[in-house]
Design a protein around this ligand. Structure first.
Ligand code: AMP
Ligand code: GLY
Length: 427
């Protein structure tokens, strides 16, 4: 099987790496990819950008691929999966209509209500007055979300009513701006990827992500600064419960509406004292959770994604997993997430090979004119390591991070620390 992967982040690098380990996969093409993926797959440019359907179809045709995996949300919401399907390709990734589960928080709430999925109370607002009413009705802490895609920057959680209103004003000022004011959900957060072929659902292993830029969950939200899996502190029944109460009803509701969801339904949950509640749906694999989830998946990935793309997930059977723990730490550029500095040389990646199990996945990397590896984005690298215990995986991943030099870079030093110390509890 020949596979085309669309994207250029560490999530796609992890997908490419896992596909490369599947004996049924003969070749992997990536568009546009990055210098890290260039070493293990054929990278093709996408002249019109990641959401350019015509270029994606052209690359898929030229290479005669058997499967296309769409990584990021932007091309999904823009309909790239639809264009590829119309051109006759098997695609892992939802149609634009189904990707609205991520593209519009108001739409996601509507589907959840119809499917009786447990989530926070919410009101969709189009004026500042409606927002003020909703804030007062729900009380602090206030949760205000931009309705549309905002690359991790659309949500404000605050005790400060004025700050909540300020965020709402900024979102409403956009063309067609809408905001969702939501009940605050307390409890540890979990990411669960549910692979679906439009009818049935197979859950992957739960993971936990660290969204804030600084240690102790300080500072602004980011795309994600690190992750680990498995979650020894979470109930063993969690994945099954989420499938039964959340993912399966959602997939059925989407099919009932005539817009079946094929791909990963990424369920972002809060494990509240009253049980798991959906914080958000995404329509794709999460970054950086994918880096740790795929590090442990021993079922061949190409066959799994191909089965989902072709409506034959019931042929796959139970997924198998390594018993090891995986941790990933994101190395971010100076000034990320505000205005990440680019163009700084990156050294020491080869030295990571000396650390058992550790490896480096590329995200915002590029080549200078002289071929030097340089930073080219906010999240630059995702360093991954495995261990027999979480503590071993943590110490390996941080040893590996220390080998890498990138001027001005920063990373969190407390990824998976609370779990290692047994400080996490449900409810
Ligand atoms: P989202 O983009 O919806 O994932 O939200 C980003 C982050 O905001 C989440 O990971 C949570 O930490 C936080 N958040 C979102 N919604 C809620 C909520 N209803 N209650 C508490 N925290 C929330
Ligand atoms: N790590 C969260 C996300 O991918 O949205």
């Amino acid at each position: 099987m020949k596979v085309l992967v669309l994207g250029s982040g560490a999530r796609e690098h992890a997908i490419v790496k896992a596909l490369g380990a599947d004996p049924a996969v003969d070749a992997v093409v990536v568009a546009p990819g990055n210098p890290g993926m260039d070493a293990v797959a054929l990278c093709e440019p996408l002249p019109g950008g990641i959401s350019d359907s015509a270029s994606a179809v052209e690359v898929a045709r030229r290479h005669g691929v058997d499967l296309v995996v769409v990584g990021p949300e932007a091309p999904l919401v823009a309909g790239v999966a639809d264009a590829l399907r119309e051109a006759g390709f098997a695609v892992f990734g939802p149609s634009a209509a189904a990707a609205r589960l991520e593209g519009s928080k108001a739409f996601a709430k509507d589907v959840m209500a119809a499917a009786e999925v447990p989530t926070g109370l919410a009101r969709v607002c189009t004026t500042v007055e409606e927002v003020a009413d909703a804030l007062d009705a729900m009380g602090a802490p206030h949760v205000v979300k931009d309705d549309g895609l905002a690359a991790g920057k659309g949500v404000v959680v605050t005790q400060d009513r004025e700050q909540a209103l300020e965020h709402a004003r900024a979102c409403l000022a956009k063309d067609g701006g809408r905001v969702v004011v939501e009940e605050f959900l307390s409890g540890p957060e979990v990411s669960l990827f549910c692979v679906s072929d439009g009818r049935m659902v197979l859950p992957l292993a739960p993971a936990q992500d660290f969204k804030r830029v600084g240690d102790g969950d300080e500072g602004p939200n980011t795309g994600g600064m690190g992750a680990y899996s498995p979650l020894d502190w979470a109930p063993a029944s969690l994945a099954d419960e989420v499938v039964t109460r959340i993912a399966q009803p959602t997939i059925e509701e989407m099919a009932r509406r005539g817009t079946p969801f094929v791909g990963v339904l990424f369920v972002g949950l809060a494990l509240t004292p009253r049980g798991p509640r959906v914080i958000e749906f995404n329509a794709r694999f999460g970054d950086p959770e994918t880096q740790v989830v795929l590090a442990r998946l021993t079922t061949p990935l190409g066959a799994l994604l191909h089965a989902a793309a072709t409506g034959t997930l019931d042929d796959v059977g139970a997924l198998s997993w390594s018993s090891e723990h995986a941790v990933t730490v994101v190395v971010a550029a100076a000034d990320y997430p505000a205005t990440p500095r680019t163009g700084d040389p990156i050294t020491g990646i080869e030295d990571v090979d000396d650390v058992p199990t550790a490896y480096v996945l590329h995200a915002g990397t590029g080549r200078a004119d002289d071929g030097t590896l340089v930073s080219a984005g906010g999240r630059v690298l995702s360093v991954v390591a495995l261990g027999d215990s979480l503590s071993q995986a943590r110490s390996r991943v941080y040893e590996a991070v220390e080998r890498i030099a990138l001027e001005g870079s920063h990373h969190r030093s407390d990824i998976a620390l609370a779990a290692e110390r047994n400080e996490l509890h449900v409810g």
